[in-house]
Design a protein around this ligand. Structure first.
Ligand SMILES: *[C@@H]1O[C@H](CO)[C@@H](O)[C@H](O)[C@H]1NC(C)=O
Ligand SMILES: *[C@@H]1O[C@H](CO)[C@@H](O)[C@H](O)[C@H]1NC(C)=O
Ligand SMILES: *[C@@H]1O[C@H](CO)[C@@H](O)[C@H](O)[C@H]1NC(C)=O
Ligand SMILES: *[C@@H]1O[C@H](CO)[C@@H](O)[C@H](O)[C@H]1NC(C)=O
Ligand SMILES: *[C@@H]1O[C@H](CO)[C@@H](O)[C@H](O)[C@H]1NC(C)=O
Ligand SMILES: *[C@@H]1O[C@H](CO)[C@@H](O)[C@H](O)[C@H]1NC(C)=O
Length: 432
């Protein structure tokens, strides 16, 4: 049997939505199918709920683990041969949510590897603790006062496959999974059903998440994350000009460079020789942009403590900021990367997914992740406001220091209260 875990993220086109600055949509798919390999001797023992700490403590343990996981996954992706010379962009929040869902159905060593790969300390956290925390996280991701962010999941089960009721119950209760029965032997129809669901959840933008279905598929898990933000202070499109972006010492590309002079929260990290800029959205979310002298220095050092330190130490200062408009798309097969992070057993004959079903041979066949990021000014409504800002502040002898993102930089989309990392990436070349 095989179980494949696929992620797919697709951007919204900006044409019809000039007011939006950035749009991110992500969907994840887990499919379980009948494969042919043999199960070795697995440890059938269910994970024992040993220590159940207070729930506030669990929340902070899972939050911390998720943040650490973001940067470990980043480094693993960045080191991968396929990533050389490429932009990197992905949603750690969505990857960890999908893997946490998978771990609901994992047992023995497979479960231990997932827990440890996600950074959950099994002497401090049980699967039940993790489920409860994700319940809270998913709920707050759908905070109705912030209509631009939503996360959700679904499970598609073949009519002839009977997952354990408690597995489905946990997905439904803690991960808010919508449940569907489908006939996976009808590969075209079932792919259509899944694609229609995703299309609806992403406002019609992701309409082909599933390309072709293995007729042996018995289950699909879907998770999506959607984010759309407007800058708190939009850029004035009138000020956007063609400019050079230095990809490396030998390569320069032409980009549309946005510009704004204003008070910005920045931090100069003198250890890493990196300038950090916070661009707040008109919500509790922010984009952090990190411009290092040497990318590798930043990439090797960045972790949740550094990000927390930057956010705390940032102060507003007048800057003349230049940021390219960009629109990037990434696609990953995460099998190697997750294996390298210690999550190996789920992929092969040693996989123990008996929390899903006692059927022999369930395994993950692939983990795929795609993401897109689209950044521009704020559109017509916002332009007027910016124009006023700039005209009132211009003039005089003082000239604000220039902060120009015209060489490779890193980017984080975070929620300011929880510091949850929705998206993480590195822009090497905004034109690819
Ligand atoms: C897990 O927590 C225990 C108890 O606090 C600690 O001793 C152990 O070092 C932790 N394990 C890891 C891998 O952090
Ligand atoms: C929802 O967002 C508002 C505004 O940022 C915040 O005050 C509130 O705590 C959030 N609620 C939850 C449940 O996260
Ligand atoms: C979030 O909102 C979407 C769209 O309204 C909904 O389909 C989804 O189930 C919600 N997710 C959670 C975790 O409540
Ligand atoms: C730039 O070109 C020089 C000379 O051809 C070469 O040695 C160097 O490796 C190139 N650098 C990059 C980053 O491609
Ligand atoms: C930061 O820049 C200074 C001055 O150019 C240099 O001496 C130092 O080695 C750099 N630090 C790192 C970590 O690259
Ligand atoms: C920011 O949000 C507030 C309240 O939701 C709204 O009144 C305001 O117009 C928004 N500003 C921009 C620039 O979108």
């Amino acid at each position: 049997m095989l179980l494949c875990l696929c992620f797919n993220q697709e951007k919204f086109t900006m044409m019809m939505m000039r007011a939006a600055v950035g749009l991110w949509v992500l969907s994840a798919v887990i499919c379980v199918g009948r494969g042919h390999h043999h199960l070795g001797h697995g440890n059938d023992q269910a994970v024992q709920d040993t220590v159940a700490d207070g729930s506030a403590n669990s929340v902070s343990l899972v939050n911390e683990a998720n943040k650490e996981f973001s940067f470990r996954l980043y480094r693993q992706l960045a080191a991968h041969a396929d990533s050389q010379g490429q932009n990197i962009f992905f949603s750690p929040a969505s990857v960890s949510a999908a893997l946490a869902m998978l771990s609901v159905g994992a047992q023995g060593e497979t479960h231990r590897q997932l827990f440890s790969g996600l950074g959950f300390n099994s002497s401090l956290l049980t699967q039940t603790d993790v489920d409860q925390v994700f319940q809270t996280l998913l709920q707050s991701a759908n905070n109705t006062s912030q209509e631009d962010a939503s996360e959700g999941t679904a499970v598609f089960v073949d009519n002839r496959f009977k997952p354990k009721p408690e597995f489905l119950q946990t997905l439904k209760q803690s991960y808010f999974a919508d449940g569907f029965n489908v006939d996976f032997s009808q590969t075209t129809e079932s792919a259509d059903t899944i694609n229609k669901y995703v299309e609806e959840k992403t406002n019609g933008k992701i309409d082909k998440l599933v390309e072709d279905l293995d007729p042996d598929t018995v289950m699909y898990l879907i998770s999506y994350i959607y984010y759309k933000g407007k800058w708190a202070t939009p850029f004035d499109p009138e000020l956007t000009k063609q400019d050079d972006f230095n990809v490396d010492e030998n390569t320069t590309v032409s980009v549309n460079m946005m510009n704004m002079e204003d008070d910005f929260y920045t931090y100069q990290d003198r250890v890493l020789n990196t300038t950090v800029l916070q661009l707040p959205f008109n919500s509790s979310y922010s984009m952090l942009l990190m411009l290092p002298d040497v990318m590798a220095t930043l990439e090797n050092a960045i972790d949740p403590n550094l990000v927390a330190k930057w956010l705390k130490a940032m102060s507003p200062r007048r800057h003349d900021v230049y940021i390219p408009k960009f629109s990037i798309k990434t696609s990953y097969n995460l099998n190697d990367v997750l294996s390298e992070m210690g999550m190996t057993d789920m992929f092969g004959g040693r996989a123990n997914l008996r929390g899903i079903s006692e059927e022999q041979g369930l395994a993950v066949s692939k983990v795929v992740h795609q993401a897109t990021l689209d950044v521009d000014e704020a559109g017509a409504t916002a332009a007027a406001a910016t124009g006023i800002e700039i005209s009132t502040r211009s003039g005089g002898l003082y000239s604000a220091p220039v902060l120009k993102f015209n060489r490779p930089f890193m980017v984080i989309i975070t929620e300011r209260n929880t510091e949850k990392i929705l998206f993480l990436g590195k822009i090497i070349n905004p034109t690819i």
